[in-house]
Design a protein around this ligand. Structure first.
Ligand SMILES: Cc1cc2nc3c(=O)[nH]c(=O)nc-3n(C[C@H](O)[C@H](O)[C@H](O)COP(=O)(O)OP(=O)(O)OC[C@H]3O[C@@H](n4cnc5c(N)ncnc54)[C@H](O)[C@@H]3O)c2cc1C
Length: 554
């Protein structure tokens, strides 16, 4: 077996979405930062975010109102202190994004809000959108391509920093731990240099997971292929505490079919007047909620799921005809263009849509500075769970959380680097125990493709929008069977990218199912027909941690 190569850096960041990039920029003054990303640098959920970033910038808005809206969406599980701190920090972090070159949409003559230059009362004010659950217009946006603009500007900034090195096509595989005085500390990560097909130990004083969410665990998702929950699985395997993994947010309207190349039809389209109809043309939302097609996201997703199941339909329709053509063209140029590129005529026919897994509210438990339960391991963005979202995320609060916690975590990293002592060269433990032999195989080819599709189908069918305990138990067995099949398959092969992805999807699937089984009530995004009401006994987080068996004792 060839020896594994070793690299050293002060700070290792895994992931190049908003969380990882913002962190890297802010951490750069504290030391050398190595940023790894498994595909091209812009391949991220961030790049697909359409709506925007929620922050209190309008004169008629207030921290109190944003806090209240967030708590209401979170259905009793938000941490009020975390919510307040994130909301309070929002406007300053939005200004920092602008200073880094993000060009948000503006309106020519302002009320006396925060200007596009970050100055109160200056000539151009931010153009704010309103989204479901927000009592005010407070979504700072860049047209309907906010994420792409943020990603562009942050990548450009990172490119200009001599102390930050970014390597594309480097896959984080497992965290490295170092034991001392009975405590495991994070000492970096095992990474796969995909192009060179070699495993490398990257030793770091501070390691940051910014690997995003896990929508790819579901057959229908709005998330791009990178969203396989790698960081969550890596941290769990290393012994970190995970929280609230049952709370997967389903977006009601992804363009059908949503499995190969997913595309989201923003909630703002319904905000402007689009109507949901069954395939036979019947508008159905009136039977579910007084706000009809504008009901909260989880209500709409459940209603669509019910209609599809009751009528045996593969999708429902989103009728854009109530929206004036000029409004459509002005507000949603990218959505229209993408629909047309896929062969739909959004002006002439309703669009087929399905609900799709969209955002993981749970993740690796951290504090407001991204500190996980493992010393020297920080987590930022969607991979983490700070307590901001509770049982349901308020729209556009995720980019906000990533940028606020990303900035805080950079300060924490600076403290850790200054405090010393640095991680020594003592032997590290690789909890995954990868073999140094590597073979090139992606999860979309060969024997792994079938396993990947099976996992996604099981979660969609058995652990979806409306749940039942019996189905969750069936899912546990099915996932365990796939796990056995996977282990047999993996045992005979060298390490590969595809193997890694299936391993992580299996891990994340198991965490989602176990968390869902534990919560014997319905709250926020978790709805089970066996316990359709909220139960005060479950007004707490679902925490899971891997128990290692040491010396024969559990
Ligand atoms: C279609 C869509 C629309 C959305 N709209 C909004 C919105 O309007 N407002 C809002 O607030 N939120 C929105 N969201 C959610 C938001 O985009 C994400 O929560 C946020 O961008 C996550 O940022 P992140 O930095 O945590 O992760 P990501 O942006 O997902 O980045 C993760 C990074 O980690 C890399 N990575 C993953 N695993 C590994 C590994 N093993 N090794 C190396 N690299 C790895 C990926 O390649 C990627 O670079 C939307 C999401 C989607 C999918």
């Amino acid at each position: 077996m060839p020896a594994v190569e070793t690299l050293r850096t002060d700070v290792l960041v895994i992931g190049t979405g908003i969380g990882g990039l913002f962190f890297a920029i802010k951490a750069a003054p504290h030391g050398r930062v190595l940023v790894l990303t498994k595909k091209a640098s812009a391949d991220s959920n961030t790049n697909w975010a359409q709506g925007g970033i929620a922050a209190v910038t309008a004169p008629d808005d207030s921290v109190e109102q944003h806090v209240r809206d967030t708590l209401e969406a979170g259905d009793g599980l938000c941490s009020p202190e975390v919510v307040r701190a994130v909301v309070e920090a929002g406007p300053a972090r939005v200004r920092e994004l602008m200073e880094l070159g993000v060009r948000f949409s503006t309106v020519p003559s302002p009320p006396d809000g925060v200007s596009a230059e970050g100055e109160p009362g200056a000539p151009a004010a931010l153009s704010l959108a309103r989204e479901g659950g927000h009592s005010r217009r407070r979504i700072v946006r860049a047209g309907d391509l906010t994420g792409r603009e943020i990603e562009r500007a942050l990548l450009r900034s990172v490119g200009g920093l001599p102390w930050v090195e970014l390597r594309e096509h480097w896959l984080g595989v497992d965290l490295l731990l170092r034991e001392g005085n009975g405590v495991s500390q994070c000492a970096g990560a095992v990474a796969l240099d995909v192009r060179e097909q070699r495993l490398v130990y990257v030793l770091a004083d501070v390691t940051v997971l910014a690997t995003g969410g896990c929508g790819q665990a579901y057959r229908y998702t709005t998330n791009p292929p990178i969203a396989t929950g790698d960081g969550i699985a890596m941290a769990y395997r290393a012994g970190a505490v995970t929280a609230n993994m049952e709370f997967m947010q389903f977006h009601p309207t992804a363009l059908y079919p949503a499995d190969e190349e997913p595309f989201l039809i923003s909630e703002a389209v319904r905000g402007e007047g689009a109507v949901l109809r069954r395939r036979d043309g019947e508008p159905f939302m009136g039977r579910y909620h007084a706000l009809r097609s504008l009901a909260p996201r989880d209500v709409v997703a459940r209603a669509i799921d019910r209609e599809m199941k009751d009528h045996g339909d593969e999708f429902v329709l989103l009728d854009l005809s109530p929206i004036p053509k000029e409004t459509l063209l002005e507000r949603f140029p990218n959505i229209l263009a993408e629909c047309q590129r896929r062969g739909y005529d959004p002006f002439g026919e309703p669009l087929p849509v399905v609900p799709a897994a969209h955002y993981m509210c749970g993740g690796i438990r951290t504090d407001l500075r991204g500190q996980s339960s493992i010393p020297r391991l920080l987590v930022v963005g969607e991979a983490g769970c700070t307590g901001l979202h509770g049982a349901n995320r308020l729209a556009s609060n995720s980019l906000l959380e990533a940028v606020v916690v990303g900035g805080n975590a950079a300060e924490r990293a600076g403290e850790l680097l200054q405090a010393g002592p640095r991680i020594s060269h003592a032997p590290v433990i690789d909890p995954g125990g990868e073999d140094a032999a590597v073979e090139a195989m992606s999860a979309t080819e060969g024997p792994y493709r079938r396993l990947r599709e099976s996992i996604r189908r099981i979660l969609w069918d058995e652990v979806g929008i409306v749940r039942r305990e019996a189905r969750l138990r069936r899912a546990t067995q099915k996932i365990a069977a796939i796990h056995r099949e996977f282990e047999q398959l993996a045992a005979g092969r060298a390490y590969s990218e595809g193997q890694n992805e299936i391993r992580n999807l299996l891990q994340v699937a198991a965490l989602i199912i176990e968390s869902a089984l534990w919560r014997r009530e319905s709250r926020g995004l978790h709805f089970t027909l066996d316990h359709p009401q909220r139960d005060p006994a479950f007004e707490r987080d679902t925490l899971l941690v891997l128990r290692r068996v040491r010396d024969g004792a559990a």
